[in-house]
Design a protein around this ligand. Structure first.
Ligand code: ADP
Length: 269
């Protein structure tokens, strides 16, 4: 029996998130592609893999500027919505190319082709194709996108939301969330010197979350670290282990994939 790992590559890692125009972080992307391909080689006999990536500077600036995360009501917003999707396809193309170049059978899959949202939540996405491709030995690469929303016309489907949906429906064994900090802290480690790493959450003590402060959550269109944890807590409740790791540090994602621990936040039942 093969076990499924869902790996998320944060927009904060694969792009320069501080840029207000789309900019890839090529150094991280190339290194991660090598790490993922290398790790996959040693685990592929017993493990299947799905990669999901975020948008970073390919998504957040245009979404904020045009307000399409709140809905699509004007012709300008429809244009911005389609433009945002086209940008994500470009980023996805770059990510997939990097993985392919390392010999990983990375298969680009655009979630908005099948995703149906309601009030900003993903409620339907047929996974027959994903399931089939995974069993054929491909590594689907999905990504955060603007998607159809029944109540608002359109909404932003974050990579984190896709990760949670896939992991639950496909009964993943492990979810690895790569971001640009060492895990979940008591406050934003980039701005708060007092922030300490929370090494472990269990489903019961996720209430601990009330003690987590995230000054970035309001500014980030997909909710920053708090949004991420809120999205992923369902996994702990269902017994799917989730680790939040620093994908900007060399070797960390490779080690997480092959099951070697390290500095991270682990969320489990
Ligand atoms: P990604 O793009 O990798 O999905 P986000 O940018 O959405 O990640 O969220 C990660 C960011 O959240 C980090 O760069 C960090 O500065 C910020 N952050 C805010 N509060 C916290 C916290 N309590 N713990 C960890 N990171 C936090």
């Amino acid at each position: 029996v093969s076990e499924l790992i869902v790996l998320k590559l944060g927009g904060s890692v694969i792009t320069d998130k501080s840029s207000d125009t789309p900019r890839v972080c090529g150094a991280h992307l190339e290194r991660l592609a090598a790490e993922i391909a290398d790790a996959y080689e040693s685990i592929k006999e017993r493990t299947r893999l799905i990669v999901v990536h975020g948008a970073g500077s390919y998504g957040h600036p245009i979404v904020k500027r045009t307000g399409i995360d709140k809905g699509v009501t004007s012709a300008e917003q429809a244009l911005a919505f389609a433009e945002t999707q086209a940008l994500q396809n470009e980023l996805n193309g770059i990510v997939v190319r990097a993985l392919l170049a390392r010999g990983l059978p990375a298969m680009p899959l655009q979630p908005s082709a099948a995703a149906v949202m309601q009030d900003g939540r993903l409620v339907e996405m047929d996974l027959g194709a994903v399931r089939g491709l995974v069993s054929t030995g491909l590594v689907p690469v999905l990504f955060g996108v603007p998607a159809f929303d029944r109540s608002r016309g359109g909404a932003i489907l974050s990579g984190d939301q896709i990760v949670a949906f896939l992991a639950v429906k496909l009964e993943a064994k492990l979810v690895i969330v790569g971001t640009d900090v060492d895990g979940v802290f008591t406050a934003d480690p980039k701005t708060n010197p007092e922030a300490t790493l929370i090494k472990q959450f269990t489903a019961e003590d996720l209430s601990l979350l009330q003690e987590v402060r995230d000054e970035t959550a309001r500014a980030d269109v997909t909710g920053g670290m708090l949004g991420k944890v809120a999205e992923l807590r369902v996994l702990a409740e269902r017994g799917i282990e989730t680790v939040v790791v620093n994908a900007t540090k060399a070797g960390v994602v490779r080690r997480a994939l092959v099951g070697e621990g390290g500095i991270a936040t682990v969320m489990r039942r």
